[in-house]
Design a protein around this ligand. Structure first.
Ligand SMILES: NC(=O)c1ccc[n+]([C@@H]2O[C@H](COP(=O)([O-])OP(=O)(O)OC[C@H]3O[C@@H](n4cnc5c(N)ncnc54)[C@H](O)[C@@H]3O)[C@@H](O)[C@H]2O)c1
Ligand SMILES: [Zn+2]
Length: 343
């Protein structure tokens, strides 16, 4: 999956990478298509969207609601969208999550594909089939699992993306390397600066490798009964930090990965040198390794997470870089590891 302009089929999803957005009319007839985007992406790319029917939803997690989905259904009705129509979500992970959910539930499900426009959505959110919305501030409480028919990964969109968002997306790339692809981790160590400067061939290498990691795991365990949980490396804590501090997802996951890596080291699973390499790489990318947050608040937010019940939690720890395991951790151990990354 590493040649420029590559095409791959993973599970039910066809992935086109490179200069792929202009191939949309080849895949879906324009008359049949409605696009869902958000206000920022819709305004930035209004010229490219001029030929299409489209709706713009709000930005930010507060827009990721059933109310927004209802607005999309109403737009579909006005546009006479039916089971022969096709929906495309063009935007970051918020847009693709909401669009996939709306398309999969409208008239019991119509066809859909994605054009992810953030690095995070290109490497993570747009693939794997999880679609949904938040409920009362609880993330992704309502949702379904359905794979998009296609995903057009076009790096041109990243040129307008704030650098902070590129850095945030890189956290997921490091995660994929850390949990199951040592070569990817080492590639990022060697090429970090050029990737951040959006060198296309380097980007293509890391994005396709990260997608391969994710889809390998998803193929084994689409419904998240076991293996898929490995993609949550850094996320148990990351989600709690994100909730408490409001920092971008990847930044919070970075701190979560540091805590989980240190725990892996404390349990004798990860060598000191490998722990140092992980922290060093995250810092070079511009990601935080600690955070100014109240330990109790983070711990409380973690305990209210839907995936956490009882005295212990399942955590993903590293068995060396490129290897991961699901380990049951006492919440008290977790509290200590939170103390280690909070100032
Ligand atoms: N389904 C999954 O498996 C999965 C995985 C990870 C994250 N997610 C979800 O993804 C969401 C986060 O996604 P995200 O990080 O892409 O954030 P996002 O979709 O909120 O986008 C971040 C910001 O960037 C803007 N933007 C998007 N593309 C742009 C571009 N090309 N140029 C300039 N601005 C652009 C957006 O308008 C938004 O303001 C969360 O809701 C999260 O729950 C889902
Ligand atoms: Zn994530």
């Amino acid at each position: 999956m590493s040649s420029p302009g590559m095409t791959a089929t993973i599970g039910d999803s066809r992935i086109l990478m490179g200069n792929s957005f202009n191939r949309l009319p080849e895949l879906v007839s324009k008359d049949n298509l409605v696009v869902v985007t958000d206000k920022i992406v819709g305004d930035l790319y209004k010229d490219q969207l001029a030929d299409f029917r489209f709706i713009k939803i709000g930005t930010g997690e507060r827009s990721k609601t059933l109310r927004t989905v209802e607005g999309i259904y109403e737009y579909f009705l006005e546009q006479k969208v039916d089971r022969t129509s096709y929906v495309v979500g063009l935007g970051g992970g918020l847009v693709t999550d909401v669009t996939g959910f709306a398309a999969s539930t409208y008239m019991r499900g119509i066809r859909f594909g994605f054009v992810p426009t953030t690095l995070l959505s290109q490497v993570d959110a747009s693939l794997g089939g999880k679609n949904g919305v938040n409920l009362r501030g609880l993330k992704n409480m309502i949702g379904i699992i359905k794979q998009p028919e296609f995903c057009l990964i076009d790096f041109n969109f990243l040129n307008t993306l704030p650098r902070e968002q590129i850095i945030s997306g890189m956290a997921e790339v490091v995660k994929c390397g850390a949990i199951s692809d040592k070569n990817l981790f080492e590639y990022v160590e060697i090429n970090c600066e050029e990737i951040l400067d959006l060198n296309e061939s380097k980007l293509e290498h890391v994005v396709s490798s990260a997608i391969a990691v994710k889809m390998n795991v998803v193929r084994q365990d689409e419904m998240e009964k076991g293996e898929r949980m490995k993609l949550n490396f850094g996320h148990t804590l990351g989600h709690a930090i994100e909730k408490v501090t409001g920092i971008p997802h990847g930044y919070a996951v970075s701190v979560g990965m540091v805590a989980a890596s240190r725990l892996s080291n404390a349990k004798g699973l990860l060598g000191r040198d490998e722990l140092d390499r992980i922290e060093e790489l995250l810092k070079r990318i511009g990601l935080p390794t600690r955070i100014d947050a109240d330990v109790e608040e983070v711990f409380g937010a973690m305990s209210s997470d839907k995936k956490s019940a009882g005295d212990s939690v399942n955590m993903i720890l590293l068995n060396g870089i490129g290897n991961s395991a699901i380990v049951r951790i006492q919440k008290e151990d977790l509290r200590k590891s939170i103390e280690g990354v909070c100032t």
